[in-house]
Design a protein around this ligand. Structure first.
Ligand SMILES: [Zn+2]
Length: 325
């Protein structure tokens, strides 16, 4: 690794010292760097030995090695990305990764060094993050949600933005959604979110997430087990959804099969808007509901056939996507 100019005075006419001559204050001439080479058939260790010449500047008598040599990284990209992959994808702790390096590759990489890889890799992939974000913003569908995480310093939030192909996880110190306006100002697709009010002000078509809706309804039903009016809405809704999910399980998301529910959906909305709730009270459904849980039924028979909460809870466990809280 050659040097071209003196770092002290800028002189370019340098004198190269002979090999083996040790100069006080100049670090060793051989450095080792470590890497992992990842191939389709396996991973192997690579140790790179870097040698540098020592120079003397005749003008100011400064002795030095090249700046590139001094800045040489000890760990290369393959090694860093493998450890961050273990940490993120397999939730392996830094201490365990340290042990894995020792056992698999006979490499001494400390947990502190692995911790440093995290910010180095975050810097390295900042451009990739911007590209993924640009792709998501240019897309037609965006799912967004936020969840609380506990750090030693207190509660913070992780926001997730996902299209069908890309996903971004974003750290935020608070749950405030003001940043969304700037971040999604060019987004013109459909935004799918929960009922958190921060999303309301965004200027794009919006759709609410059914998983969140089901969860909120379940919570309401659990909180108010004796509210007949509430159940007169949730039970038909549960039955309707159960029938739709059964169709999806059988045929996938195909329009021609889903269309058969169009009348029932319209009927449900008609029922909501007219305020006619075909509910007969808890006593009317008790025994029967427990004995005969049907897998599909229309809203007209729903109050008799579908036990409210259990139907909903079952549905939720089946539908929950991985981005859920
Ligand atoms: Zn000099």
């Amino acid at each position: 690794m050659p040097a071209s100019r003196c770092p002290a005075c800028g002189n370019t006419d340098l004198e190269k010292l002979p090999k083996g001559e040790w100069i006080e204050g100049v670090s060793l001439r051989v450095k080792r760097a470590f890497d992992l080479v990842i191939t389709p058939s396996g991973i192997k260790r690579r140790v790179v030995e870097c040698r540098a010449s020592v120079y003397r500047c005749p003008q100011c008598d400064n002795c030095f090695t090249s700046e590139r040599y001094q800045r040489l990284a000890k760990h290369y990209h393959g090694l860093m990305s493998w450890s961050i992959y273990q940490h993120v994808a397999h939730r392996t702790t830094f201490k365990t990764i340290e042990g894995m390096f020792r056992e698999f590759f006979s490499l001494m990489v400390s947990a502190q060094e692995i911790h440093m890889f995290k910010s180095l890799m975050a810097q390295y992939y900042a451009g990739t993050y911007q590209k993924i974000l640009a792709k998501i913003v240019a897309g037609s569908v965006l799912h967004v949600d936020e969840t609380q995480v506990k750090l030693m310093t207190g509660k913070v939030y992780v926001w997730v933005f996902a299209s069908l192909e890309e996903v971004i996880y974003l750290y935020r110190p608070t749950r405030e959604g003001d940043f969304l306006k700037e971040m999604l100002k060019d987004f013109k697709g459909v935004l799918i979110s929960d009922f958190y009010s921060a999303y309301d002000s965004l200027d794009c078509p919006q759709q609410k997430c059914i998983i969140h809706l089901i969860r909120d309804i379940n919570q309401e039903v659990l909180n108010n087990p004796f509210d007949d009016e509430l159940q007169s809405v949730t039970q038909p809704f549960g039955s309707l959804l159960q029938a739709i999910v059964a169709t999806i399980d059988e045929h996938g998301l195909k329009r021609r099969f889903l269309e058969r529910h169009a009348n029932d959906v319209a009927g449900f909305f008609r029922m909501l808007s007219t305020g006619f709730f075909p509910f007969r009270g808890r006593d009317g459904i008790k025994g029967k509901a427990a004995e005969t849980p049907k897998t599909s039924c229309s809203p007209s028979c729903s109050t008799m056939a579908c036990p409210g909460t259990t139907t909903m809870l079952k549905m939720q466990s089946r539908c929950s996507p991985t981005t859920e809280e």
